[in-house]
Write a protein that binds this ligand. Structure first.
Ligand code: MOS
Length: 799
């Protein structure tokens, strides 16, 4: 076992060779022996072992060449081809509201319309007909409430709201003419400050349906107040996370190609092509086959592309109204009106008994949403789930502000809820004079504390152990301000991370040709996470083909059904969907192979054969084989096409989660208060890792974001105007290379035969969870100063 752990540990390092010191970009594949070792390990630990070794092998992105050569086109880069006859592509520029609340008293496009090259100006006064029911606007992942309707009427609900679309022959003209649209407002009093709305925040009560229960606070247990009052050691603290924005590199954009007859093909930036397709057809009262949404590549979403955004409706409406193709690209500034990680105030009380284990947990959250939709996730649920604690109570209140609706942003609710929890645990460890890892081990739980269910797998102990060892945690001197490097104070902090291992119904189509090529099709997205690559690996393994014999089709609403790509659920969902469909292809191939004259597999049962190198091979006698080509040629079938829907019925008896242990080193300039994250180890337990290379990349991206959350990121609202002040990446600070030290990612071994056949749990979100807390705890250890308001800027360190 020890050697197995070492190999995994080496793998974490190997995937990051060359990353030390600058560690963000992954180099080429790690040493071949590492991949092979892991592949063998995976084979050994699964009963449904595949013979070709792609699953578990560090594999470069199959779409990497297309991306670096520019061959891959993003939403704003598509141009009309034979699809769209008639005049070329028109360009739309969005006019946005300067006020946060009120109504449009007058909107006058006449000057804009007089500008040469302007085609039209769409407003609420001349738009196409739109439905009046909220339901028509509610997309697959809409929260409760009344969704925003672009150009529906004269109401202003948030600053930055679209109020007109200027369409011109070129983008510069559209942008210039947008400045010529005259707008008069009737303003109303607005509120955009969570602290001002705190007392009016509305407590979430019972979930309206069992399906929504995961978004509501967990049920209380025991006698929390009494237990807290009686605790031997108590800590109570208030923690704050500001509004943050996703800032994906690719701007939001829609290219709506108009076909004679009125059909639209929309190249779109989205995490869910079918979600957008349903939304556009619903709002514009079009038939399903009249709108096709394509998103073959996406330059980052992080949750901002889960819901259809307003530019797609504006582009589609303009294309229908003008009977020509229209592109709408948002500016960076305009993207700040699309949704954000809700600001939140959290109060946590933790009480421990004399033995240093948790006795009471009180967790209250106030989060921000708009005045028209109730977006919330379960910030407090993680405190309920993670540690053994007999008495616990949770409340969650919503503060309604005159802003756009908040939305999911990487590890929604966990990045923030676990930040408060893990800082509070650190403060409790200080009060108990316990090592922070030791406190967590004493409270370790093998059951989800909210439900009492055991985990399908939980290798968090291994995360603590391997993470601590890789970091050198044993050398930590416990006292604050007790470690130093020249002019800098050194701090070591740690935190636990947790996320869900979710999976969703999905359908996959596999088309296998006799020449040994397989096409795998599903309407899922690859939002930059590596979905193309893992789909290729899984299909190649299941069909016994080399990677380059498999091609992937995704990001097209006409392909087999997929949920939005979010929640870290696509890797598990689509890879197991591929397994299911490949089983059908394999059964058909075996039927054909058995029918070949003098077939050496004539009596073979499904379990008797493996698929290797384009052949069906007997497990008992590897010399008994029939090639896929021979089987299909003999059967006269080419291609084999199978499509299967796959659902993942929860067994109802287990909790499915991923976990991590994050160890961070900071160095703090004692005189200037500047905080640097010099080293960070993130040890992750996420079931089977399909592709250690792209998975490590996911975790690193999460870590970098966690550094931003801890030290840099904050959307600043001018509450006088109700307007975001730093709507650009110059003033909204994200980590740059100089802010990011050495990052080491470790995947601990976590076999899981329960969660799904491949044992995959997903890694898209776990990488950020716990990072901000580990850094905040390290800043305390370095300086003795506890900063509970994020981001930890130098003024707070020096205050
Ligand atoms: Mo993720 S925040 O579910 O895109």
């Amino acid at each position: 076992m020890a050697s197995e752990i070492n190999r995994r540990d080496v793998l974490g390092g190997a995937a990051l060779v060359g990353a030390a010191g600058v560690g963000r970009l992954l180099p080429g594949d790690g040493p071949r022996s590492v991949g092979t070792a892991l592949a063998q390990e995976n084979r050994a630990s699964t009963p449904m072992a595949s013979v070709t070794p792609h699953i578990g092998t560090p594999t470069s992105r199959v779409d990497g060449r297309a991306k670096v050569t520019g061959w891959a086109r993003y939403a704003a880069e598509h141009i009309p081809s034979g699809l769209a006859l008639g005049p070329g592509l028109a360009q739309g520029f969005v006019v946005t509201s300067d006020i946060a609340r009120g109504r449009l008293a007058r909107i006058d496009p006449s000057d804009a319309l007089r500008a040469a090259g302007v085609i039209d100006v769409l407003t609420h006064e001349n738009r196409l007909p739109m439905p009046d029911s909220d339901k028509a606007y509610q997309d697959d992942v809409a929260p409760a409430g009344s969704p925003f309707r672009p150009l529906y009427d004269d109401r202003i609900k948030f600053s930055g709201q679209p109020i007109a679309l200027v369409v011109a022959e070129d983008w510069e003209t559209a942008r210039f003419a947008a400045s010529l649209v005259h707008v008069e407002y009737e303003t109303e009093a607005h509120v955009t400050d969570i602290y001002r709305q705190r007392d009016k925040a509305v407590a979430l009560k019972e979930p309206p349906s069992p399906a929504e229960a995961p978004f509501f606070p967990p049920k209380p247990r025991g006698s929390p107040e009494a237990a807290f009052a009686a605790a031997v050691v108590r800590h109570e603290g208030e923690y704050y996370v500001p509004i943050e924005h996703h800032n994906p590199m690719e701007p939001f954009a829609s290219t709506a190609l108009f076909e004679p007859g009125g059909k639209l093909t929309i190249f779109e930036k989205t995490q869910g092509v079918q979600n957008v397709q349903r939304y556009v057809t619903s709002v514009l009262a079009m038939k399903p086959d009249e709108v096709r949404v394509m998103s073959p590549y996406m330059g980052g979403g992080f949750g901002s592309g889960l819901r259809p955004q307003f530019q797609v409706l504006l582009a589609a409406m303009a294309a229908r109204k003008l009977q020509r193709s229209v592109r709408v690209v948002l500016t960076r500034q305009q993207m700040y009106a699309l949704g954000y990680r809700p600001a939140m105030i959290q109060r946590i009380g933790v009480g421990a008994n004399a033995g240093g284990t948790l006795d009471a947990m009180l967790h209250e959250a106030v989060t921000v949403t708009s005045q028209f939709e109730d977006f919330h996730r379960q910030e407090t649920g993680w405190s309920g789930l993670l540690y053994t604690c007999p008495n616990a109570k949770y409340t969650h209140k919503l503060a309604h502000l005159d802003l756009a609706t908040s939305c999911d942003m990487r590890a929604p609710s966990a990045a923030t809820g676990v930040y408060a929890l893990e800082c509070a645990m650190d403060e409790l460890a200080v009060a108990l004079k316990l090592d922070p890892v030791e406190l967590r081990l004493r409270c370790y739980s093998d059951r989800d504390q909210n439900t009492g269910q055991p985990y399908s797998s939980k290798a968090l102990r291994d995360c603590y152990r391997q993470g601590a060892e890789a970091f050198g945690w044993a050398k930590r001197s416990p006292g604050p301000r007790s470690m130093r490097d020249g002019m800098e104070l050194v701090g070591w902090g740690m935190a636990t991370g947790v996320w869900e291992a979710l999976q969703m119904p999905i359908a996959v189509r596999v088309t296998l040709s006799a020449n040994g090529h397989a096409e795998v099709a599903c309407a899922t997205s690859d939002i930059g996470t590596g979905t193309y690559t893992i789909m290729t690996q899984v299909a190649a393994d299941r069909l016994g083909l080399p990677l380059d014999a498999v091609s992937i089709k995704l990001g097209d609403s006409t392909l087999p059904q997929s949920p939005v790509e979010g929640g870290s659920w696509i890797a598990a969902s689509v890879s197991n969907g591929i397994v299911t469909t490949c089983e059908a292809v394999r059964a058909e191939l075996l039927r054909l192979a058995r029918a070949v004259p003098n077939s050496p597999l004539a009596n073979a049962a499904p379990d008797d054969v493996t698929f290797v190198d384009g052949k069906l091979v007997s497990r008992r006698d590897p010399s008994s084989a029939v090639s896929i080509a021979d089987a299909m040629r003999n059967g006269g079938i080419n291609p084999i096409v199978e499509e299967r829907p796959t659902t993942f019925p929860h067994d109802g008896a287990h909790a499915h989660n991923t976990h991590s242990a994050v160890f961070a080193e900071v160095k703090v300039d004692e005189q200037l208060g500047v905080v640097r994250v010099t080293r960070l180890v993130n040890a992750v337990a996420a079931g089977r890792i399909l592709n250690p290379k792209t998975a490590a990349s996911q975790i690193m991206g999460g870590v970098v974001w966690g550094i931003g959350m801890a030290l840099h990121e904050e959307t600043l609202v001018d509450h006088v105007f109700g307007r975001i002040m730093n709507a650009n990446i110059a003033e909204y600070h994200v980590p740059v290379n100089a802010d990011v030290g050495d990052i080491k990612v470790i995947f601990v071994d976590e076999p899981d035969a329960i969660v799904n056949p491949l044992g995959v749990k997903g890694v898209g979100e776990i990488g950020i969870v716990g990072v901000a807390a580990a850094i905040a705890n390290a800043v305390y250890h370095a300086t003795g100063r506890r900063v509970r308001d994020l981001p930890i800027t130098l003024d707070k360190v020096m205050a």
